[in-house]
Design a protein around this ligand. Structure first.
Ligand code: ZN
Length: 271
């Protein structure tokens, strides 16, 4: 599943190149999770002005209205010229005078939705409950800590829920909690200020590093593929059940929390 760093790398891969592009045609394939909610022809003639990101949504701004793109479980984007005709898993083509933005999504949990502005009911429904952005200055520690204090659920679950901070997916939650030496099962409300500070720093560092690594791995930005894998190369605990902890040598443990696997070191993460 594309996580926030991959979505950000995808954004960096085409945002500058598509800015100023005039839309010449729009082709829609099989239905995605949400309907486009505008006649494709209505977008023709509009100009893409910028591409922003909120959580795992890409916001494609036009001179009027915007598209909210979500890659779902298996979606990926390309933006280039000379693409072959749309295949069976290509469900959205935004053709412009600078190239075609194509969404490929075999499992079709992704979506491309049009809204007039971010105050539109559908935009509020999709974006309104999102927590703080973890990259950049908007990730305020006091707000983060206050958000944790209000939640009794296990810290791992609170991170995954995305309503305190967005983008800490299953892999990054295990990794950040290991780095901060916090047990994944501890109630969020019980996390002390010093530990919350470590967790705040760990989330920033891990996600920023993943974006950096993704950006350097994608040699050819004309082939944005959103593939996961290169973000996991240096996992310290994720996917390493039974292997020795890289800090203390204890075997990494795997448990289930809300149907998702969690990996941790019983010795390094005592609290
Ligand atoms: Zn350890």
């Amino acid at each position: 599943m594309p996580e926030l760093p991959e979505v950000e790398v995808t954004r960096l891969g085409f945002a500058d190149r598509i800015a100023g592009a005039r839309i010449s045609a729009v082709q829609v394939g099989k239905p995605l999770r949400w309907a486009l909610s505008v006649a494709p022809a209505a977008l023709v003639g509009r100009t893409v002005t910028a591409v922003r990101r909120r959580g795992k949504y890409l916001l494609v701004d036009m001179d009027r209205g915007l598209l909210l793109l979500h890659l779902g479980m298996s979606g990926s984007l390309r933006f280039t010229s000379g693409l072959p005709p749309a295949g069976p898993h290509d469900h959205f083509d935004l053709m412009t005078d600078k190239g075609t933005l194509r969404m490929n999504d075999p499992r079709r949990f992704g979506s491309v939705v049009y809204v007039e502005d971010e105050g539109a009911p559908l935009a509020v429904k999709l974006l309104g409950g999102l927590g703080m952005e973890p990259l950049g200055d908007a990730f305020d520690f006091e707000t983060f800590h206050a958000g944790l204090r209000r939640r009794k659920a296990a810290i791992k679950q609170v991170l995954l829920a995305g309503n305190v901070v967005v983008g800490v997916g299953n892999i990054y939650a295990s990794e950040a909690l290991f780095m901060a030496e916090i047990r994944p099962t501890v109630s969020a409300t019980r996390i002390s200020r010093p530990r919350a500070l470590r967790l705040h720093a760990a989330i920033r560092e891990i996600l920023a590093r993943a974006v950096q690594r993704g950006g350097s791995t994608l040699r050819d930005f004309s082939n944005i593929d959103g593939q996961s894998g290169y973000f996991q190369l240096e996992a310290t605990v994720y996917g390493r059940a039974g292997e020795p902890c890289r800090v203390c040598g204890t075997q990494i443990r795997q448990i289930k929390q809300g149907q998702r696997s969690t990996f941790f070191c019983n010795n390094c993460q005592k609290y």
